[in-house]
Design a protein around this ligand. Sequence first.
Ligand SMILES: [Zn+2]
Length: 333
Amino acid sequence: MTTLSRRDFVVAGLAVPVAASLTSFSNMPDADAAAPLAGPQVPGWYRYKVGDIELTVITDGTSRFRFADTHVANKTREEVNTGLAAAFYPPDMMATPYNPVVVNTGAKLVAIDPGVGEAAYASSKGATGQFQTNLKAAGFDRGQIDIVLISHFHGDHINGILGADGKLAFPNAEVMVPTAEWTYFMDDGEMSRAPAGRMQDVFKNARRVFDAIGRKVTPYEAGKDVTPGIAAVATPGHSAGHNSHIVSSGKDAIYIQADVTHVPYLFARNPGWHAFYDQDAALAEATRRKVYDMLAAERMPVQGFHYPFPSLAHVERTPAGYREIAMPWNTAL
Ligand SMILES: [Zn+2]
């Protein structure tokens, strides 16, 4: 008997049922006409409920790029590639999904972290900047948004405050920002002391976005309700005043983590890995472990801005850290 390769074995195993199924359909009309390829992806939104509150996750797209050797400050490229391989991702490439959430509390329609901005749609050739088109596909008009709620001031979370015309993208919305983030990033003294390069750029970009709306924002405090049904939690480290949000109704709650972890298959599974985006890496790790210990103990689901769409999971503890278990797609509300 000849030795079959793994591929030969798989192909040989599939050959019989495929041939049989073709035969059984061969006398149907047009059976041999080639169907045209269907083309673009469906609009990306996913809806679920927490008690009486309705949430709609709206994808803003995914950026893919070859990552730098310093992408994870305390790990080598080889170690990062091992983590990617464990999650069935190709080596040397980082895929960063952006997933804003629209929360209908019953009283307010709240858009949390509106993504990289409409202007990015053209510059990324459609890969990102999809929030506004997907918002519309999900049945919302941008004029309906009452509150734009911001977790922190990195560009992928605030640039979507502005439309492609550089003006407020949500004409009737109040923009709410964490007090700690506003105090730090809008302070010119802090800006003058920040390292050149990326940190300076974060300060400058925050001024670009907030100056365009006349710095008209409403700061909110951690540890309190931003609006009934949505509470703010201080989760510092990733940025100075980073906040997460808990949406709750009755006995149900979900933790909207923003960037407590970046992609979970690297940074939840390895909570000690320090992505270069984390402003204070040690504090970010301490926050990450504290939040994920709580999520695992409470069995509370998490909505992660940089989780793969629809970015909704439970987490459990593992010997190395945590593991995310994607929640099953719910086909009816
Ligand atoms: Zn982010």
